[in-house]
Structures are given as C-alpha cells and as structure tokens.
Design a protein. Sequence first.
Length: 482
Amino acid sequence: MKGMVPPGALLDALPQPLALLDALGEVVAANPPFRAQLEGFAPGDKAWDLLPEAAEALAAGLRGAPGRVGIARLSVSLAITPCARGVLLALTPTGDGQDERLALLGRLAGGIAHDFNNLLGVILGAAAAARVAPLPDEVAVEVAAIEAAAERGAALVRQLLAFARQQVLAPRSVALNDTVMQFVRLLPRLMGPGIQVEMHLEQPSRHILVDPDQWSRVLLNLAVNARQAMGARGRLIFTTGRRLVLADEIAAGELLPPGRYVTLELRDTGPGIPPEVLPRIFEPFYSTKLESGGTGLGLATVQGIVGQSGGRIEVECPPEGGTLFRILLPRAEPPPEASSEAAPTLPFPEPVVATPAGPILLVDDERTLLRVAALTLTQAGYEVLAQEDSQDALDAIREGLRPVLLVTDVAMPGLDGLELARAARAVQPDLPVLLLSGYSAASVGGAPEREGFAFLAKPFTPEALRDAVAASLLSAISAPPG
C-alpha cells in the first residue's frame, strides 16, 4: 500500500533488539541490535532453526499465544508477541549473573537428564526382555525391583527436565476454574481436618493452554508447601482472575510480554517465608527441609512447568502474614465444541497393523539401547536393521535400501537424527519417521510434527516403543498418496 512504512524501517528506528516473523515463522526483518546479538538472523530464515531452544514458544506464538523463554547462550530473555503482521521478537538482557548461572544449570540438568534417560531405557528394556522367558519366583521379584527403581529414576529425570524447561508436554485448552475445583475436591485427605480450603473463582471461567498432568503437579506442589508451612491448622485460599499486560514486565529475571493473562493465586495463613530465603525460593537444589528429605526441586520444577507453558510465577509475603503464590498464564481460546449433529461413535475394533513387507531401520549410537530396542521390535514380529552410525544408515538408503520405517535417536555424533530423517526423506519422500529423544519434541530443532515426524520421549517401555512403531506404520498406510 502506498505510503506504508516497511517493517524493516520501523524496527531499525528502535533501539531495542527486535525482529519480525511472518505467519510461517520466517524472518521478515531484524534490526541491527537484534542481528548484533544473534548473527545469521536474515530475512527468509526459519526462526526455530536459529533459536532451537525457543522452538516450542515460537510455535505457540504463531498460534496466537504470547510467551517468553530464556536464551542462556546469549544471556537474554526472548519475548514472543503475536501482532497483526505475524510475531514480534524482542531480546531483553537477563540482568545479573545469577539468571545466567541458573540458565546454564538448566542446560546442564537437561543434558544430564538426556544421558540418564538412555541408561534408564536400557534398564527398562532389558528387564522387560528378561520377562519374556519364564522366571523363577525369586528372580521375578528382583526384576520387578529393578523396574520399580528405574521408574523412580525416570520420575526424577522428569523433575530435572521440568526445571530445565525441556520436558515433554501435551498441552490442551482447559478451563482454569474447572481445574481448581477438581483439584480442591482431592485436598481434604492431604490437608487434614484442621485446614480450611476456600475458593474465590472469577466468572466466567477463562481457559489456559497447559498439560493437565503437569498442571496438577504444579497445584499439588504448592498445596503441599502450604500444608507444611501451616502445620495442622490454617486456611488455604484459591483465587482466580485476569490481568492485561500492556508492556514488558520483568520480575526476578523473568520476562512477561504484553498480552491477556489468566491468574491463579494460592495464599496460606502460615508464618510466611523469611526475607533471607525469599529471593532463593525458586533456586534448584535449595531447600529449608533437607533434614526431612526435601530435594530442593519442588518449586524449581513448578517454575519450570509454568515457564515452559508461557507464564510466570511470583511469590510474596503480604503484610498481614502468610505466603501468596501468583501464577500468570496466557489466556487461551476454549476448545471447539463437538457438533451435536456428529455421527454417533460406533464400537469399531482397534485397527491391526500387519507385519510390513520390509525392514524397520533402527538407528542409535548407544549400542546397548540399540540392542534392547532391536530385540523388542524383533520379538514383536518386525524385521529390524540396526545401525549404530547414522551416516552408514543414510548411505544404505542412498544405495537402495527401502525401509518401511525409520526409527532414530536424535542426539547423535556427526549426522544427528533430524538431519538423517530429512536426508532420508530426500531419497524416499514417503518414508515414515519416528524420532526418539530424552528432550521435549520442541527442543530437537523445531516441532517434529511440522515435518510429519512422529516422536517418542525417552525413557520408554518396550510396550510404548511397540505402540509408537505400530502407530507410525498405521499412519503411513492411512495417509493419502502425495
């Protein structure tokens, strides 16, 4: 349109590091301060290729949800704000070195969790393989103990990934008030008869985009903290509301970009948090209850889950006493209602996937994990070609191998799993792909579903691997010819 100022000129006139993405996530423009901090951010580039740690938040931004994420390697927070022309990105320094140290600790925790997930995958897979043969009762008991210990280890890994904001989430739109009422119904046994629970829920209820299981974990962690603070008697008050944020808000190094937010406050009538403890309340591995078994991961996990969901958690001790936790999450649209004219659901049997005529190409640089996964699929009746080296796997496809499915780990030396999948698709465009990773789907270089890749989080049980393989094969059979 005549007289319209190009977006690049608008951004260049502003001192803050800013960039604009179009509706497909491609860079439209980036001003000099932004390019100075993030080299290679040029028009036409895919934002999630340049900012893989922000891929999930970028995808949410393209769907209309504002968010923010820390970029540890740059010591900045990235604010993601949907706008009329696409998505606006803004970089803000995280401030003091403490934020950078915590971000680096998060990356370290995520890396440790990924490696630990590989070990747990071997343990769970080997234990399941041992169960295939009849076992003496005394041996079966020991195998069950191994599996139980591995499951507890997996739970600890999930806590580390939550703190690192790299856990696998399955978000959906839920009504905040409904989640609070459902949770409160479960509280009497946890809180005891001496603690009164109150709810002040703003109507109409507004929706948030969260993983329901992880959201319940947030509420449970905060309720347990309140119970421990109050002892046998007190009041726990849940209050919902809303807030309109008109400009960037920064608190304790956490950036909240402009947008419409839904709020949840949990307030207890305990003694409050000592002033010297309050600034460290969300630090990982910091706990005032170490002597009673505290790990120091509870509130760090809560902050990680809320942050990965695009929100922020705040804490304060009001003058009248007690502790107040306030969660802000981007407001989401309600899920579409099912049509009343929809055809009735019929009890169709579960589809059965016949054993495919061709091999499954299984790739993982962890030899033991590769062996266990290959054994699992072989026992399920599949033909499996196992490869430790991703380049060898790609060479085999280029030389004529036509697998029915590529199952590959993501984090591998040299050619990683994503690069392998893309290169294999260049040779065999209809090749179904199942990615395996201990990181969240959005942390592996962009959301895999955008490229039609299936995803399975580590550690997985043999049953989960078999189900994921069957689903990938069924999806390939059901897909329209392209």
